[in-house]
Design a protein around this ligand. Sequence first.
Ligand code: FAD
Length: 386
Amino acid sequence: MGAFTVEVSIVGAGLVGSLLTCFMARRGHAVTLYERRPDPRRAGAERGRSINLAISERGIDALRRVGLDEVVLDAALPMPGRMMHAVDGELTFQPYSADRDRAINSIGRAGLNRTLLDAAAALPGVRLCFDHRLTSMDADSGRMVFQTPGDPGTVTATAPVIIGTDGAFSAVRAAMQGRPGFDYSQEFLDYGYKELVIPPAPDGGFAMDPGALHIWPRGHSMMIALPNPDRSFTCTLFWPKADFASLTTPERITELFAERYPDALALMPGLSDDYLRNPTGHLVTIRCAPWVVPGGAAITALAGDAAHAILPFYGQGANCGFEDCVELDRCLAETGDDFAAALPLYQERRKRNADTIAELAQANFVEMRDKVASRMFLAQKKVEHA
Ligand code: FAD
């Protein structure tokens, strides 16, 4: 295979687009990666947007294939199990595996994105275009129009291969949707999410055990917390939207936390400020097909959340997007880098996996908020009766 065999445009430099750029460039393709935001390696992270992620072996395997597993794991905190918090403060540790070395890893989203972008930028043939928002696209000709800052405010580009990794509300997918036969569904949960912080303890250490994913299951809602390397925890509330809407004053916020999460309240000095300032995010499952649309002069495909946005309750959205990159790389290897053959093969192999994880993520919400609590309750009962 010669250098820069095919010109590939990837739209969206989040986790999946940045990793996919690494895979494509390592195969010798010339990749232009477009991103609507400014370069996140210079600008700060967005407030309140999933600060950390649980990355499992599925995601680590993808990172290993581009030589980034060690650098990413060095900055990660392993979580070999979940720590359940009862209302009375009782803690129950439930290991994820009998083998304590098998853990999921708490990883900062912004740091991971920066690592992936640095790795992509260091590869030959890669061009990064920040502040480029795709506004329209013709899947037939491969013509893309981007909004950019300053004069004239738009940039036009074409490419024979376009891959949309521009997230759940993908502009690339929107351009494909206009085609006859394109199936699309989006299902919003009547729950939202909000991020809060448990800062380091006064002695500078972690305020809770950093070797666990913490869960406060409360039947119809829950809170989780993942540790960060700076010794803080990022907490995420998963509540019915109506609960968020009804809680608007510092007094009511403190009252409700005292009722539902008394042990956490004691560790959250900035609770009301964080709660009132941080946005409430939506939770959506998006399914679509096909993921690949051949046009006259171009072929367009989707990967990551653009192809399959899932609920976060299995902690598998990014992991699943990383697996897309591995599979696409494999399909290119098997087809001699013939994108017209490799992309449909990639879709065939990945689509049913993505549909399955979407279902599992929906089911795991009930498991996490409800059943782990009842199991914990039963375990406590057993201890009481022993
Ligand atoms: P995104 O991360 O959404 O990136 C898309 C990129 O495209 C962004 O940079 C965006 O700015 C850019 N973009 C968008 N539109 C345009 C446009 N028109 N033009 C140019 N660029 C554009 N997954 C896990 O594996 N583990 C977890 O623990 C986990 N926890 C989660 C917790 C929460 C609360 C949520 C909401 C999600 C969680 N996920 C988790 C899922 C994970 O965040 C997503 O699956 C992952 O971010 C998808 O990556 P992506 O690159 O496909 O999309």
